[in-house]
Design a protein around this ligand. Structure first.
Ligand code: PRP
Ligand code: 7HP
Length: 182
């Protein structure tokens, strides 16, 4: 696919992502063998990653969705995480794996972890494709990480800016003039 005109630079190609998803799936296949976890996908950003990942999983599992938002239409977290849609399934006594596209300030995952732990799962682990380590405002332990990336606003492979660019098959850095434009 040709580079979108709003993209400054491709950070991770389709192939690099594909290989990494395979690696993460191999770790999960080892760790969840003979378990039947609930995989919680955090809408909307994680759906592309989730779809590729679960097709590589060899253990039984169910998927469920939760929707939270803190970025509204901005490139920086508002600092307030809002629960927009809750899970359908009960997670009491279940192994739970949260699947996320990116951890940045850590506020979203810290909120989710706190919230889900009150429901008494048997275990709760976190899997993220991208980690902006240097941006953390709240500590969060991540169990499976794809790539550590720099503090640049990225889009593609599920990640958006103002709900756009989620369809790009690669992860790219958005041109600053795009978000300064408004
Ligand atoms: C994005 C992303 C993560 C969160 C990470 O979600 O999908 O959920 O931000 O940021 P944090 O670590 O700073 O909290 P967003 O709120 O943009 O919603 P979306 O998934 O619908 O794009
Ligand atoms: C959230 C988010 N969404 C899209 N691109 C990024 O780089 C992001 N960081 N945190």
């Amino acid at each position: 696919m040709k580079k979108h005109p709003d993209i400054e630079e491709i950070l991770l190609t389709e192939n690099q992502i594909k290989r990494k998803v395979g690696e993460i799936a191999r770790q999960l296949n080892r760790d969840y063998k003979n378990k039947k976890p609930i995989i919680v996908s955090v809408l909307k950003g994680s759906v592309v990653f989730l779809c590729d990942l679960i097709r590589k999983l060899e253990f039984d599992h169910i998927i469920d969705f939760i929707s939270v938002s803190s970025y509204a239409n901005a490139t920086e977290s508002s600092g307030v995480v809002r629960l927009l849609m809750d899970l359908r399934e009960s997670i009491v006594g279940r192994d739970v794996l949260i699947v996320e596209d990116i951890v940045d300030t850590g506020l979203t995952l810290a909120y989710l972890k706190r919230n889900l732990l009150t429901r008494k799962p048997k275990s709760l682990k976190i899997c993220v494709l991208l980690d902006k380590k240097e941006c953390r405002k709240q500590f969060i332990k991540v169990d499976y990480v794809g790539f550590t990336i720099p503090n640049k606003f990225c889009v593609g492979y599920g990640l958006d800016y103002r709900q756009l660019y989620r369809n790009l098959p690669y992860i790219g850095i958005l041109k600053p003039q795009v978000y300064r434009r408004k």
